[in-house]
Design a protein around this ligand. Sequence first.
Ligand code: KDO
Length: 329
Amino acid sequence: SLSRRLVLGLALSCPLIAGPALAADPVKLRISTPAVEADWHAKMLPVFKEELEKRAPGQFDVEIHLNATLFKQGTEPAAMQRGNLEMAMISAFDIAKQIPEWSIFTAGYLIRDPEHQQKVFASDIGEEMYKLVEDKMGIKVLSVGYLGTRQLNLRIEKEVKTPADLAGVKLRMPGSDTWLFLGKALGANPLPLAFGEIYTALQTGAIDGQDNPLPTVRAAKFYEVTKQIVLTDHLVDSIFLSLAGATWNKLDDKQKEAVLEAAKAAVAFNNEGRIGEERQLAADFAQQGLKVYRPDVEAFRTHVQKAYLESEFSKTWPKGMVERINAVK
Ligand code: KDO
């Protein structure tokens, strides 16, 4: 009857009749990444989730999406900016698409090692550069993680000592201008391809090789379909654990602190595991029958640095920034 429906309607809409008010819904944080489960930057995400739960029980609902199943590699920043995604691990290359100054962090042979990387981003350089990301992209960088030092990993057997030996070698790079430029600066013939397609492309011979840090070569099993690793050390790579600005702005101060601390803990876990493993992996791969060797690294360094300094990219770098980065000890 009408009166029963009225009573029921009232009971559902009025908290006084329906019972105690419900606590606010947890803030949903969906994280999208192309990372594979066995890689350190994937393994650090459950750490983030646990650390956040410890610090702010019941206040967040963290959902982890690996293997680029939620968003394609490289589309995460736009998804965050449009309000379709809350969290991602973005690269300097992703940021450089919208903020040309950031291409400085895509340059080979600039950041020297993981410690230098941490110090650079913890300094006023990091502060200035992160502010650009907040102001121009509306994305809050929570913490920087070490993705590893990128090496060449080839399916062909040709020995590579200098950039000239890479002439005509089809080297897979992620698909953006700054990535392709890195491949070119190394002397190779770069081909754009998403991370998830590398294994098959190596297997079929669609590409001659790829570049990634050794822990990723292990985690994604690229060693199964390649013959050699050339230890060029060409890029000390980073990954920026980031939050959509709209999500960040909705948090209260305590929640912000909890998110920052959980991100720091996750990154510390990643860095420790990755640095430790990186030391061991060259020997492990050699034992598995891959050819692992150091090329003429000085020849690569000179070639790559010259390419960047003569490029359009370096014209956008903040004045004096190369010197400031070099001066961080
Ligand atoms: C890759 O596609 O080679 C790369 O290493 C680029 C990184 O910026 C990052 O996207 C990474 O892949 C993925 O997280 C998969 O490890």
